[in-house]
Write a protein that binds this ligand. Structure first.
Ligand code: BGC
Length: 761
């Protein structure tokens, strides 16, 4: 059966016809990549495939092995794409991915992955966007919109708190609710609400002891009831512990198939009454709805092998090059050494220039349609001389003598050129899905090479290839310019050449801090935990929130990235508007390209909002805008903040809370390059919470009704000195119940009960 028949699939009708066994069959996959068909009722099977930065469609249909897939465009992985800070760009990539998924007969693309980069050590950071939930959520939402605009589904993953690879199928992320809400769930919430992904993939790990796949609070209370999600929840591949428990919690689809194990357990659980059939119906309905929604894309069986086609492949290769150039972050550029003149004599050093590292390993690894390398692209663009020396051996097979030769060749090449461009980075074996790193250092032989090349030629430009942050502080001073190239996809080599020669102007910004050393990272002492638990003890102080609060120096701060142009910031105006309980702040300012070439600036708005009782980050990114400006051009940017942008998640009352007070607004080019500042006084109705037997004297006095009731009680014979500020300073933290027992105070338990009734009435 093909998609056209399935378009007419009537979900209610089919659901009513399904037997118990068929429903159970439907909610578990077939093979690695397919949903189960129900031939009798005309329900076809749809194909899900990785994702996220390219389509990994296996010809056999059931291979988890990599290298077996049809060629597809390898776009820059999320670590790079996130550095563009440009949702429009991510949406463009999403559209291209959707077209390729259609061409390769994939109905649901397994991405984007938007987990927070809690530690630079996480082996899978190359697949994630940022240490900040706003950047992650915005970029993820945009990618979803792009893919889904082509009729292809997405899978927002890995929900949730999957921030390490160590023991990833079992480890419990022990994390308090405020931290979950403000940091680890916030990006998912944004992407779910703004972009409605057709599926959400629950993660392998446990959260506070409960498997994500069995976590009713996560999958039902939060995702569906609070956020209004009405799509399907799929398990990560092998994340189901016990399928009936999953279904009870709100899981809809087990992947991959378990050869009947999952469905049999579900049938037994319904029969023995431990699983309500209504829960199974809900899951089966979600699968049928997904199939009905995406079945139109199923390729007819007689249509031959799926393929991109050479025209589309060429078009998308060019797109991948443009996108990759937008992702490169220019970390430093002393003396304006970049861009290079086309006729310069350049020594290109480093095997990565010839053998690029362009994507990460694991489930996202795809077979590219073609592969550029920077050396070849530099040679094509240069009108001068380009020489090459490998400098190091990626297989690390070189013995001492061979190593010495590589070093000597590199030094000779560097000495003979105007400028040395050194390509270094992490070898593929250093980072991957499945394991975490233990340090953030570059290989020692590459650092040795860097020093030798810098001794030979002062005009040193370093190009980095790495999926996740590497330490630069031990060699940074030796380089005049550093390009953070991340992993740039199949056309990254061309993009690097474009940036080096100024064909493209760098506009990437760090979506994660580069610390001086790994020991400075907030999760350092807790990551990756032991004995099945990892404590998120740093709370909300993740990434720059921590480095700023602790006033720690960093190598390069969150949001940083240079351009070949300069940008001026001016005319900040901030206005507070209150409409009942929903405050908004509108912020506008002007950005001017004061340089001599066209370029892009990413304007960032950081907010410091008040809180009486809770530690809050110094500043939090609450809005950003990427904009293109011609030389001399100015644009006015207007950003609007809502209540959520000012709020914290109250750990006790479990609600988003905005406090009245002064809000500081900082606009700038990075988290530590704040150019404009304004403040607004926010006044909102404060929620009134009930008092109880443990409420302190200070809490009574701060409570609008409590202070009146207590005041009345004190006037009518109690000890009126209790409300005296000097007294409150000393005993304000004592529960009124206990003060009431002191001699002469006269708040007996009966009196306190009466007072509580009055207050909480
Ligand atoms: C990964 C997912 C991926 C799935 C299917 C899992 O191991 O965690 O991100 O989509 O495999 O390949």
């Amino acid at each position: 059966m093909n998609g056209n028949d399935a378009e007419r699939l009537d979900v209610d009708e089919v659901l009513a016809e399904l037997t118990l066994e068929e429903k159970a069959t439907l909610i578990s996959g077939v093979g690695f990549w397919n949903t189960a068909p129900i031939e009798r009722l005309g329900v076809p099977s749809i194909t899900l495939s990785d994702g996220p930065h390219g389509v990994r469609r296996s010809p056999q249909g059931d291979q988890i092995g990599i290298g077996e897939s049809y060629p597809a465009t390898c776009f820059p992985p999320a670590a790079a794409l996130g550095s563009s800070w440009d949702p429009e760009l991510a949406e463009t990539v999403g559209r291209a991915l959707g077209q390729e998924a259609n061409a390769l007969d994939v109905q649901v693309l397994l991405g984007p992955g938007i987990n927070i980069k809690r530690s630079p050590l996480c082996g899978r950071n190359f697949e994630y966007f940022s240490e900040d939930p706003l950047v992650s959520g915005e970029m993820g939402a945009a990618l979803i919109r792009g893919v889904q605009s082509q009729g292809v589904g997405t899978s927002l993953k890995h929900f949730a708190a999957n921030n390490q690879e160590t023991d990833r199928l079992r480890v419990s992320a022990d994390v308090d609710e405020r931290t979950l809400r403000e940091i680890y769930l916030a990006g998912f919430e944004r992407a779910v609400k703004d972009a409605a992904p057709s599926t959400v993939m629950c993660s392998y790990n446990r959260i506070n002891g409960v498997y994500a796949s069995e976590d009713r609070w996560l999958l039902t209370d939060v995702l569906r009831d609070e956020w209004g999600y009405d799509g399907l929840v799929v398990s990560d591949w092998g994340a189901v512990n016990e399928l009936p428990n999953g279904v009870r919690a709100g899981l809809d689809l087990e992947m991959p198939g378990t050869a009947g194990v999952g469905p049999d357990a579900v049938v037994a659980a319904v029969r023995n009454g431990s699983l309500e059939e209504a829960a199974l119906d809900a899951a089966a309905r979600a699968v049928l709805t997904l199939v009905a929604r995406h079945a139109a894309g199923i390729r007819p069986a007689d249509a031959g092998e799926p393929a991109l086609g050479s025209e589309r492949a060429a078009e998308h290769h060019a797109l991948a090059r443009m996108v990759a150039a937008r992702c490169v972050v220019l970390l430093k550029n002393e003396g304006g050494i970049l861009p290079l003149k086309r006729d310069a004599s350049i020594a290109v050093i480093g095997e990565f220039a010839r053998t690029p590292r362009y994507q990460g390993a694991g489930s996202s690894q795809i077979v590219p349609t073609e592969l550029d390398n920077a050396l070849g692209e530099l040679q094509r663009l240069s009108t001068g001389t380009v020489t090459f020396a490998a400098g190091y051996d990626l297989d690390q097979a070189a013995d001492d003598a061979a190593h010495g030769n590589l070093l000597a060749e590199a030094v000779a090449a560097a000495s003979a050129a105007d400028v040395a461009v050194l390509f270094i980075g992490l070898p593929a074996a250093a980072e991957s899905e499945g394991f975490d790193r233990t340090n953030i250092d570059l290989p020692a032989e590459q650092i040795q090479l860097l020093h030798a090349v810098a001794d030979a030629n002062q005009n040193l430009v370093v190009v980095l290839s790495n999926g996740s942050v590497v330490r630069v502080s031990d060699w940074d001073a030796r380089a005049h310019a550093i390009l953070e190239g991340w992993l740039l996809g199949q056309a990254g080599g061309g993009a690097i050449a474009d940036i080096l020669f100024g064909v493209a102007n760098p506009s990437g910004r760090l979506a994660e801090t580069i610390p001086l050393r790994i020991e400075d990272n907030p999760s350092y002492l807790n990551f990756p935990g032991a004995f099945g638990h990892v404590s998120y003890g740093e709370g909300v102080f993740v990434g720059y929130r921590w480095y700023d609060a602790r006033k720690l120096q960093v190598s390069y701060p969150f949001g940083h990235g240079l351009s070949y142009s300069q940008f001026g910031y001016s005319d900040l105006v901030a206005e507070f508007h209150a409409d009942g309980a929903t405050p908004t702040i509108s912020v506008s300012f002007t950005i001017t390209n004061t340089g001599s070439v066209a370029g892009r600036e990413v304007a960032q708005l950081y907010v410091q909002a008040p809180s009486r009782d809770l530690e809050r980050p110094e500043r939090e990114l609450r809005a950003f805008r990427s904009l293109a400006l011609e030389p001399g051009e100015s644009q006015t940017v207007t950003l609007t903040l809502g209540a959520r942008d000012l709020a914290y998640f109250h750990p006790e009352y479990k609600e988003w809370t905005v406090e009245s007070g002064t809000v500081l607004l900082h606009v700038g080019a990075s988290s530590r390059d704040l150019r404009l500042q304004a403040s607004v006084d926010v006044s909102v109705q404060q929620p009134v919470h009930p008092l109880d037997h443990d409420s302190t004297l200070a809490e009574w006095l701060a409570h609008p009704r409590g202070s009146r009731v207590l005041g009345g009680m004190l006037q009518s014979g109690g000890d009126s000195s209790l409300a005296d500020p000097d007294t409150v300073a000393v005993i304000g933290s004592m529960p009124l119940k206990r003060i009431g027992r002191f001699p002469g105070v006269g708040i007996t338990s009966e009196v306190l009960d009466r007072m509580l009734q009055q207050v909480n009435a």
